[in-house]
Design a protein around this ligand. Structure first.
Ligand code: F0G
Length: 460
């Protein structure tokens, strides 16, 4: 077996019927949805690559763990399973369970941010950015410049620019920075990994200035697999060993279990700081629930505890990355401009390169997303102008983000490579007739996280 081919290290025990509806109907459905794929119903979608979050297929091991869990308001056995898994794999001293990643973000930022504070990151994800902003903070992206060149091949294109970080701390002063974060892998920019060396450097800078360093660990195991494959000195280490080292450089992490704990709901907020933990716990009780369940049914904690171990399984990661490469290779062969190199949880299409004739303010990635649904019943996600675009508060003018990407996010253990072929065929067909694709005009969007409920109309 090579890296390009690693078969599913599992067999399929239960299936869900999916059906490709006629094209005419798909045209009607996307129009009724205001050209926003979040408004589509799952039964109208053939292959759903909207997200890898909460969409994993759980294992027999996870389901059986859920059945054996003792349901209790306080002291459930599943809390202790999760605590043991967190300590064994992540290695932090304390944690609180939360129902999903953004709840961890909300609890953390509302505890540590004072109005006007800055939170640097390699690249904030949309919910992270929104939770910082909502709590009066200013999110700042300090990723390496090369991350914005979608064709450039770099082993660790998710790295933070260390010089930018040092300059930023000097300029803003450490007391205005309650936290430095790094997101692994970088979801906002191609699912690209961060190297161990970069994590170590960030950690040293944070220590020097006495600033806590937190990792947004949603896709930590995929990132650790990239380190194993690409970074010197890690070839013979297991993903678990790499993860343990990686987390040892941080003071805490936010974690959405909906990704790499292979569950449909769940998350964690971890810290080594006992005083901070006490504050987080007290807020958790008010807004999520008692610390031994944190906004979930106790069975969800058990599924998460078991899923964490399944995600760090070396065979599972080999299969996962081989599937990602399978889709990326098909698209490359068809000429489709994708973000290079292949990401860890998704293949990203550079919509500005795919549709260079569409003006930036006419939402090329969003338009391509709608066309992909019409063409082949596939739902992708937009990580571009709709998701990350801003409005200038003074002039009211639209400020586009630097990248306009369509993300083909692969749910874990759900689709086969035949499904991937269908996805690639649809996109390649669209590439052949790309000149006919027109842009969109946005007719509605709320201020924060506007892309979820935005409405669009085609440009005539
Ligand atoms: N951080 C990152 C890097 C994420 O990708 C997400 C979610 C979150 C935080 C928030 O976690 O959804 O459990 O509240 N990303 C999903 C996605 C929604 O589709 O990329 P959550």
């Amino acid at each position: 077996m090579t890296d390009d081919f690693f078969p599913e290290p599992f067999k399929i025990k239960m299936v869900e019927r999916i059906k490709l509806k006629p094209k005419k109907e798909r045209e009607r459905l996307i129009k009724e949805a205001g050209y926003n794929v979040f408004m589509l119903k799952i039964e109208d979608i053939f292959i759903d690559l909207l997200t890898d979050s909460g969409t994993s297929a759980m294992s027999d091991n996870q389901w059986s763990g859920m059945f054996k869990t003792k349901q209790a308001y306080a002291g459930s056995d599943s809390y202790y399973s999760l605590e043991a898994a967190m300590k064994d794999v992540f290695g932090f001293k304390h944690f609180v369970p939360v129902h999903q990643g953004r709840a961890a973000e909300n609890i953390l930022f509302s505890t540590i941010i004072t109005k006007g504070d800055y939170v640097p990151n390699n690249m904030h994800f949309d919910t992270t950015e929104a939770n910082i902003t909502r709590n009066g903070g200013i999110p700042v992206n300090l990723i390496i410049e090369d991350a914005y060149d979608t064709a450039k091949i770099l082993l660790f294109k998710g790295n933070m620019d260390i010089q930018k970080l040092e300059k930023f701390i000097e300029e803003k002063t450490p007391d205005k920075i309650p936290l430095i974060m790094v997101t692994i892998t970088n979801n906002g920019g191609g699912g690209q990994p961060v190297s161990m060396e970069n994590i170590r450097q960030i950690s040293n800078i944070a220590k020097k200035h006495n600033i806590p360093f937190f990792i947004d660990a949603c896709r930590f195991a995929e990132n650790c697999y990239f380190i194993q494959q690409r970074e010197e000195g890690y070839k013979n280490k297991t993903i678990k060993q790499i993860a343990k080292e990686l987390f040892s450089y941080a003071d805490g992490c936010t974690f959405s279990g909906k990704k790499e704990a292979l569950v449909n709901i769940g998350g964690m907020l971890c810290t080594n700081d006992e005083k901070l933990h006490t504050k987080l716990k007290n807020l958790l009780i008010i807004i999520e629930g008692f610390p031994t369940y944190g906004g979930m049914a106790c069975r969800d904690l058990e599924a998460m505890a078991r899923g964490i171990y399944e995600a760090i399984d070396d065979d599972y990661q080999k299969y996962r990355h081989a599937q990602m490469k399978f889709l990326a290779d098909l698209l490359r062969k068809g000429g489709v401009p994708i973000v290079e190199p292949t990401g860890g949880h998704a293949v990203y299409v550079d919509a500005r390169k795919f549709l260079p004739h569409i003006p930036i303010e006419n939402f090329a990635a969003q338009a391509l997303l709608a066309q992909l649904f019409i063409e082949s019943g596939v739902r992708g996600a937009e990580l571009g102008c709709s998701c990350f675009g801003k409005t200038d508060p003074k002039t009211g003018k639209f400020i586009p983000p630097r990248l306009d990407l369509l993300r083909l996010t692969i749910p874990r253990r759900v689709y086969t490579n035949n499904h991937m072929k269908h996805v690639a065929n649809g996109l390649i067909e669209l590439y052949k007739k790309r000149k006919e694709i027109k842009g969109l005009k946005r007719t509605y969007a709320p201020k924060l996280l506007g892309h979820f409920t935005a409405k669009f109309e085609p440009i005539k």
